[in-house]
Design a protein around this ligand. Sequence first.
Ligand SMILES: [Zn+2]
Length: 306
Amino acid sequence: MIGAVDIGGTKIAVGIVDNNGKVLSRLQSPTDPQRYSDGIELIAHMLRQAAREAGAELTGIGIGSTGPVDPIKGEFGDVDFLPGWRGKNPVNDLQTIFNLRVALENDGDAAALAEAGWGAGRNRSRLIYVTVGTGIGGGIVIDGKLYRGVDGAHPEVGHHVVDPSGPMCSCGFRGCWESLAAGPAMVLWLESYAPADYPHRQGITAQRICELALDGDRVALAAVEHEALYLGIGLANLINLFTPDAIVLSGSVMKSAPLFLGRIRDLIRKGCRFVPAEKTELTLASLGDDTNLIGAARVWHYRFGS
Ligand SMILES: [Zn+2]
């Protein structure tokens, strides 16, 4: 039984995951962005409690974390959301507390490993996992191996540029994929496009836009069209660059995937003519809301399993 730890900018989820990727218990708590030592104590406490609830004995701990992290050293890098956690080493610290082997990966890579091993990516040799929510992240798995860049770096699929005249992003570029196609981008676009008296403007979210589009709301439908265009351009780029067997789509925006997939497939058909794009399957993640937690457990199996 693996203790899984999913560290995000706003919350930490902890769970016990069995050897088939099934979550037996889970707990969640807000992340304190400043105080790392309290965070590690909290994680240890939650792991013990989750193990008690599952009636399980921990045999290892896997961590998926918002990046950047150094998976080999087990260290946090320059994590924007968690300034107090920079340079800290949760792998060493949890190893000391529990006397168990601990493995860490970026959360996009962790989720990619989970979908490749236990989810929609099973039996796919070349797999790209893409999550579209408040940002766009992902991971690349080739023949069961996680693709790593130089020094173990995690490639940022969400920050390839699709329109240099687009909105400014914290990555340093204008118009990267995330700035144009993540959930907040949908909201920004609608706010700039909708007439001043648009009745749903106040507090609108990407999810609400999708609901309104399903009801036939014209403004929301235009936002969905715009979203599908930019999602499609980014996915077409990934297909042209990698020609993977499958792209597994996840994240809150992808809960409304049927609204976008038709247009995305049209665009890929038109724009990826020099590669066998029709052979790349666009498929939805199958592990649901627990993908990141299951991914954290998969990280342990990937590192230490047979
Ligand atoms: Zn960016």
